[in-house]
Ligand binder design. Structure first.
Ligand SMILES: Nc1ncnc2c1ncn2[C@@H]1O[C@H](COP(=O)(O)OP(=O)(O)OP(=O)(O)O)[C@@H](O)[C@H]1O
Ligand SMILES: [Mg+2]
Length: 254
């Protein structure tokens, strides 16, 4: 059983308007799977349902992570289970340094507060060292080492997305939901991000990504789900889906 994520007939409406309808999805360990579809199709909402972002939960259906039912858990519990999310609009702490952004993202950072420091100095030092090492490792992975002490707002947009990715990786999530990781980024930086994503999958992480750039989809995904009007209307290998007449009509306008 190497199924990491399973959605079974998941539906969600907002004020009577269906945003996600009877969605079934199955993703296995180490896969890079794409979620594509026109603007407003429901892709981000589907991610929100998985991670319980903005506290939204399915009206019907079931979401399982490694066969544990997670719809019913809090967003915090879901993250602790191993599901991490890169948001469509990456949120970094601009006035903090790049390193501080990573240290703050560590799940056990709370233990770095002043009281803990005074009461348990040895344990505090150990946690701090561990967090710093982990942060440095992922900073090197995304090629941002030289910006470590710089304010994050000085990074280019593409570098900010890489910082967002490093922040996710610091928490050792196993399943990564990436919402348009390459949007608004120059071609060279896109290739860097894609290489990073591919390395992560080779190391056993599982990737589910929303993507509008079909070259990116073809390059890195092994399977895609095509969503329209809240429904998954086709799934298969990228080439098959992109040559599907219905998909071409809805999405590519031809
Ligand atoms: N919290 C909410 N309240 C009301 N409507 C919502 C809410 N969240 C999403 N919707 C609606 O659900 C639909 C799907 O939106 P969603 O953002 O999921 O689309 P998307 O596929 O991610 O689009 P894009 O490609 O533009 O990012 C839209 O009609 C949107 O207005
Ligand atoms: Mg979206």
């Amino acid at each position: 059983m190497d199924e990491v994520l399973a959605l079974n007939n998941v539906s969600k409406s907002f004020d009577g308007i269906t945003a996600v309808k009877n969605v079934c999805i199955s993703i296995k360990k180490g896969e890079i799977v794409g979620l594509i579809g026109p603007n407003g199709a429901g892709k981000t909402t589907l991610f929100n349902l998985i991670t319980k972002t903005h506290q939204i939960k399915p009206d019907a259906g079931e979401i399982r992570y490694h066969s544990h039912k997670i719809n019913g858990m809090s967003d915090y519990q879901i993250a602790r289970m191993g599901i991490g999310r890169l948001f469509q609009d990456v949120k970094i702490w601009g006035s903090l340094t790049v390193m501080e952004n990573l240290l703050l993202a560590r799940a056990d950072t709370l233990k770095e507060n002043m009281a803990y420091r005074l009461l348990f100095p040895k344990r505090y030092r150990e946690i701090k060292e561990k967090n710093t090492k982990e942060a440095e490792k992922w900073l090197a992975f995304v090629n941002l080492e030289e910006y470590k002490t710089k304010k994050a707002k000085g990074l280019s947009y593409g570098q900010q997305r890489l910082l967002g990715l490093a922040r996710l990786l610091c928490n050792n999530f196993e399943l990564l939901l990436l919402d348009e990781p390459t949007s608004g980024i120059n071609a060279v930086m896109v290739q860097t991000i894609l290489e990073k994503i591919q390395s992560l999958a080779q190391w056993g992480k599982t990737i589910f990504l929303v993507e509008h750039d079909m070259d990116v989809v073809k390059q890195i995904t092994s399977r895609v789900y095509f969503m329209d009007n809240g429904e998954i209307i086709a799934t298969g290998k990228p080439d098959e889906i992109l040559s599907n007449p219905l998909v071409k009509e809805i999405y590519l306008g031809c």
